[in-house]
Design a protein around this ligand. Structure first.
Ligand code: G3H
Ligand code: 13P
Ligand code: ZN
Length: 336
């Protein structure tokens, strides 16, 4: 079964010069939507579980939903990824559950809020790399901090990544991928004004500079939901109260991909898609009470947006470009 280390998916994305979306998973319907869309457009898959998702699902339920994806879609390369690990312990737990990739967010302390120093970040990130690589597991680190505190992940203070620190960080830690802070934030409330392609929305120069200095690095863009306006309109039409807000436009993400971003994290857009579909269905069918009835359009709505992201980021059509490698093979790579 092609349960692959995430490094392979990103290495291949680099060869093909495309980006791969990372989708957060919390339940069966989300997992099915991701996999159905991936099969439809033939894309490799990064299934990500946050600490919050693992807690919500008592670990074991989400783990088995993710493994069910691998069993049901045996031909698609799939990486199981821990999102925003906050300690070596959280990384150990994910690896014991069978994850093939982990993120250690050493830019924040274990509380997921307080920014760390460069040295503290290096220390915790290196300890995770030293633990994960002998299992063949990929490690994503983070330098700089994102804005946004809605999800309990983030300090609320933006600290853009300093390109001068990147080479040293890579050398000292050995991470396979690096999340960079360029002005995005988690959640739905990213920008108050509609992003203008003629104005600098994100610090793309940072991405370009890092890419120039470290051309082999796989950069990761967190907080990259696009917050589709039609979903907000639908939510509000059917009883929601979401104030005006904007996300990261697809054109900005494509600029990032062209400059070396290989993984793009998306969670909020799926939450908005579910909410819009459920609100609409229940509004139009006030007599309904079978969750399967309203979760079916919710799953379809997620699948639609996921498919769009696979296509727009360029990973569609690349699932069968390569022979999946195992963690055993990755172990040998790291041993060398
Ligand atoms: O990075 C944040 C993701 O959107 C996960 O959010 O911790 O609420 O699951 P969560
Ligand atoms: P969004 O909140 O923009 O979807 O970002 C998700 C994310 O970065 C998960 O790590
Ligand atoms: Zn994130």
């Amino acid at each position: 079964m092609p349960l692959v280390p995430m490094k392979q998916i990103l290495d291949e994305a680099k060869k093909g010069n495309y980006g791969v979306p990372h989708f957060n998973v919390n339940n069966m319907e989300q997992a099915q939507a991701i996999m159905r869309a991936a099969e439809e457009v033939k894309s490799p898959v990064i299934l990500a579980a946050s600490r919050g998702a693992l807690k919500y699902s008592d670990l074991i339920f989400l783990r088995n939903i993710m493994l069910a994806c691998v069993e049901k879609y045996p031909k698609l390369p799939i990486a199981l990824h821990l999102d925003h690990g906050n300690s070596l312990e959280s990384v150990k737990t994910a690896i014991s559950l069978g994850f093939t990739s982990v993120m250690i967010d050493g830019s924040l302390k274990e509380d997921g809020k307080t920014p760390t120093t460069f040295e503290e970040n290096v220390k915790v990130t290196k300890s995770c790399v030293d633990y994960a690589h002998p299992f063949g597991v990929t490690v994503e680190g983070e330098l700089g901090t994102l804005g946004g505190i809605e999800d309990g992940v983030g300090s609320g203070k933006v600290q853009l990544t300093d390109p001068n620190q990147v080479e040293k960080f890579l050398k000292l830690t050995g991470v396979d991928a690096l999340a960079v802070a360029i002005g995005t934030s988690h959640g739905a409330y990213k920008f108050k004004i509609k992003p203008d392609p003629d104005k600098n929305l994100l610090a793309m120069d940072i991405i370009r500079e890092i890419h120039k200095r470290c051309p082999n690095l796989h950069m990761v863009m967190h907080g990259s939901s696009s917050v589709p306006q039609e979903l907000l309109a639908e939510i509000n039409k059917y009883g929601g109260k979401i104030p005006p807000t904007y996300g990261v436009p697809l054109w900005a993400i494509k600029e990032g991909i062209a400059a070396g971003v290989r993984k793009i994290n998306v969670d909020t857009d799926l939450r908005l898609a579910v909410t819009a579909a459920v609100r609409k269905f229940l509004y139009e069918n006030p007599e309904a009470f079978d969750p399967r009835e309203y979760l079916t359009p919710a799953r379809d709505a997620m699948q639609k947006i996921i498919k769009e992201r696979f296509v727009e980021f360029g990973s569609a059509g690349h699932a069968y470009d390569y022979t999946p490698i195992t963690l055993e093979q990755a172990k040998k790579f790291y041993k060398k």
